[in-house]
Design a protein around this ligand. Structure first.
Ligand SMILES: Cc1cc2nc3c(=O)[nH]c(=O)nc-3n(C[C@H](O)[C@H](O)[C@H](O)COP(=O)(O)OP(=O)(O)OC[C@H]3O[C@@H](n4cnc5c(N)ncnc54)[C@H](O)[C@@H]3O)c2cc1C
Length: 499
């Protein structure tokens, strides 16, 4: 009998939910994590008197108790809901382009439409038509992509089939004229990693619709509280975790999983491996090209590594209101063209836009009394950082951090007077802590041709499964869901093997 039924590599969102699903389903599971805490991106760290949130800005798919969203239901099924406290955000976001626009959109359809109509009265009927269309499209997408209607067809779901893979910008052009209005509506593009000219409409539409319908949420204690709750439940269900213990090799025999070698040189035998690490490194480093059929690598053909993040973590010695911060989520941009902002992600130039999240606005207990914290974030690709000489790293990192603080200071001029702690994370920081190529936080770029709709879920090795942002769209909701699906798939296969 092997040492474990399943070895899960990586305790990110998907690794944790898959491990928990498997342990609850009766499997003997070992979870290996190279870092010393659970969560991957979903974690926190301490500087001075602040516990800084690493990644969670807005959690999607939660909804209220009366109208639960898919993620609330999933966390309920996993038995996690009563272990965490969810905090609803009333606003989608405040968008400020100094001198051009300053607008806050409430997380409510009628309010969004009225706010936009008041600012762009000439486009009033088009705005209404667009939101009607968005809702119809989302309803079709739920049927096809989430409920997996086996009778899905062009005739039954015409909007989905016509628009899902079209660029968001092209779809908006059918409804709206003013480029500024389009920029406001598509502000969330930066959460998805591609600008509206390249972003498949399905990805954008479902995100905007879901944040409006189920509201953005935060978690008391931050994302670490969720990761800890998932881990505790996993341990209670009989699972085992090893921290500071990276998987170094996956051993196979006759095209089947045989076991995992840890970096300490121990071989652990198992029937299944579920990797929350990148597919790329799982194939090349952990299994090795020589142990895989050549066609396995076709799955990567033409794919490109997605962006990483650059975050400035700020601890303040005052309440948010003392600095004029009244919304949790604030997007601040120098100008309104997303293409210009996106081009900046490939350079070490001053970022064109930042998102400022101040969790204490929705959750006044988030920081110590009389203090608050904010995360200033932009996405960035790793390439320019990888070609930067190490001797220039610190200078460039702090220069960009200062550029971002200066940009935020245009809207909140008092932030520099109240700074108590500053920490900075670059794409290289994400590479180091996550172990992913390019420090990519959403896996591969999600161009239409590489959409998860086309993801080939067959594995070249019997018993090898994947979960997380390298096989599902990036983000909390999707990676948490992806872990549960992969866990269930393994349980199903185990039942078949044992039958
Ligand atoms: C700055 C930032 C802001 C974000 N904001 C949001 C947001 O507001 N809303 C949202 O929905 N999403 C957001 N995201 C994205 C979201 O956090 C990620 O997409 C998601 O957490 C990825 O989960 P995952 O399961 O793919 O695992 P990951 O978080 O990528 O974790 C993978 C884990 O595997 C481990 N690992 C890798 N290789 C090995 C190995 N060989 N052996 C053992 N362990 C290994 C790593 O140490 C890590 O713990 C943000 C991300 C960042 C960084």
């Amino acid at each position: 009998m092997p040492d474990y039924d399943v070895v899960v590599i990586g305790a990110g969102n998907a690794g944790l939910t898959s491990a928990l699903t498997l342990a609850k389903g009766g499997a003997r599971v070992l979870l290996l994590e190279r870092h010393n805490i659970p969560g991957g991106c979903a974690t926190s760290f301490i500087r001075g008197r602040f516990e800084f949130e690493v990644s969670l800005h807005q959690l999607s798919g939660i909804g209220s108790e009366q109208k639960p969203g898919p993620l609330r239901m999933l966390l309920g099924e996993l038995g996690i809901l009563d272990q965490i406290e969810l905090v609803e955000m009333k606003d989608l976001y405040r968008l400020v382009i100094p001198g051009k626009i300053d607008l806050t959109l409430k997380a409510e359809r009628g309010a969004v439409v009225e706010t936009l109509k008041a600012r762009f009265p000439k486009e009033g009927p088009s705005i209404e038509r667009f939101f009607d269309f968005l809702y119809q499209f989302a309803a079709e997408m739920v049927g096809v992509a989430f409920a997996r209607d086996p009778a899905a067809s062009r005739g039954k779901y015409p909007l989905f089939f016509k628009y899902a893979l079209k660029p968001t910008r092209q779809v908006l052009d059918e409804y709206l004229k003013d480029p500024l209005l389009m920029s406001i509506i598509t502000t969330y593009w930066s959460y998805l990693g591609l600008p509206p000219s390249l972003l498949p409409f399905a990805d954008f539409a479902v995100l905007l619709w879901a944040y409006i319908e189920f509201k953005p949420y935060h978690i008391k204690g931050g994302s670490q509280a969720l990761s800890n709750a998932l881990l505790d439940s996993f341990l209670q269900a009989g699972g085992t975790i090893r921290f500071d213990c990276a998987a170094r090799k996956i051993s196979t025999s006759g095209g089947k999983i045989k076991g995992v070698w840890t970096e300490d040189g121990e071989e652990i035998s198992c029937g299944y491996v579920l990797s929350n690490a990148s597919t790329l490194l799982t194939y090349t480093d952990l299994i090795g090209a020589e142990n895989l059929p050549k066609q396995s690598f076709q799955t990567f053909a033409g794919k490109t590594l997605g962006p990483s993040g650059f975050t400035v973590f700020l601890g303040f010695d005052c309440e948010p209101g003392d600095m004029g911060i009244t919304e949790t989520t604030n997007f601040i941009s120098r100008q309104s063209d997303p293409e210009v902002s996106f081009a900046c992600w490939r350079t070490l130039d001053p970022p064109d836009g930042v998102a400022l999240s101040c969790y204490d606005v929705s959750d006044p207990d988030f920081s110590p009394p009389g203090a608050c914290q904010a995360a200033l974030v932009t996405l960035q690709y790793a390439e320019p950082w990888l070609s930067l000489p190490p001797s220039r790293y610190t200078e460039v990192k702090y220069r960009i951090a200062q550029d971002m603080i200066d940009l935020a200071g245009k809207v909140f001029p008092r932030i520099t007077q109240h700074l108590e702690e500053v920490e900075v994370g670059t794409p290289l920081t994400h590479m180091r802590y996550l172990g992913h190529p390019g420090g990519a936080i959403y896996g591969f770029d999600q161009y239409a041709k590489d959409s998860y709709f086309f993801e080939d879920r067959r594995s070249p090795v019997q018993g090898l499964y994947f979960a997380g942002s390298w096989v599902a769209p990036g983000g909390y909701q999707t990676t948490l869901q992806s872990g549960v699906s992969a866990g269930r798939a393994i349980l199903k296969s185990m039942n078949k093997r044992n039958a």
